[in-house]
Design a protein around this ligand. Sequence first.
Ligand SMILES: [Fe+2]
Length: 258
Amino acid sequence: MNFVDIHTHVLPGVDDGAASIDETVAMLRMAYDGGTRKIVSTPHMFFDLFKNNDFVEIRDRFDQLTSDLNSYQDQFPFLKAIEIYPGAENYASPEFLEALGQGCVLTLNGSRYLLVEFSPMLPFTQIENIIQRVFPAGYTPVIAHPERYAAIQEDPMRMVRFWEMGCVTQVNADSLLGGWGSRATKCAKALLEEGLVDVIASDGHRVRWRPPVLEGVFRKLESEYAGEDVAAWMVENPQGILANESLEVSYPAKDPTK
Ligand SMILES: [Fe+2]
C-alpha cells in the first residue's frame, strides 16, 4: 500500500521538525522505507513559539526545499519516488483568525482543506466557535489530532458535531500506538470505532523523535479493521484531499454484524 501522509514537519529550520536539509532527506528516507509515497510538509504556523505568521515566507521556503531536493536526486535516487507537497499546520490563535480573514493561509496542496490544530486544553465551545469561522472563509477544516484535546477525550462523540459541519478528522499514528498516553490512545480508538476518523497521518517531527513513518500503525490496524477502512484512512482520503476532491465520510461506522 502506498501511503499518503498529510501531516509532517519535514520543512527544515522553521519549527520543532527537521533541523536541516540533511535531516529532511533522512526523514523522507524513513517515510519511503515505511511505504509512504506522498508526503505533505505542514510546519507550525500562527504558533507563538515559532513565529511563522507569513504564508509567503513558508511557501518560498517550501519551493526552496523542493529545488534543493531535486539537486539531491542523483545522490539519493529514492527521492524520485516520493512526492512532497506544500501545506501548513495552523494553530488556532488570534493571528490565525486574522490571516484566515485575509486568505493568507496555506491549505494542503492548495486545496480547500486547511489543517488546524487547537490548544490541548481549549474548551469545546471555543473549538466549535473557531471551526465555525473557517467555513465562511472558504475552507474545509481538517482537525489535527483531536484525540489529544481534553474536550474530545472527555467525550469522543463531540466529534459528531464537527462531522455534521463537514469537517475532516485526522488522527495521529503515534496516538494509536500509545505515544501520547492512554487517554489519547483510548480516544483515538473510540473515534475509529465510531467511524469518526477520515485520515491517519504521522505528524512526524524528527529522525529520532516522532519519525514520519506509517508502517507500524498500518500493521496494527490491518489486523483489527477492514482493509477498505484502512485504505481509506491511509491512502484514499488523504489522496482525495491532495486532489481537492469531496471525501466519502465514514460516519456512522458500519455494523460489522450486518
Ligand atoms: Fe504537527
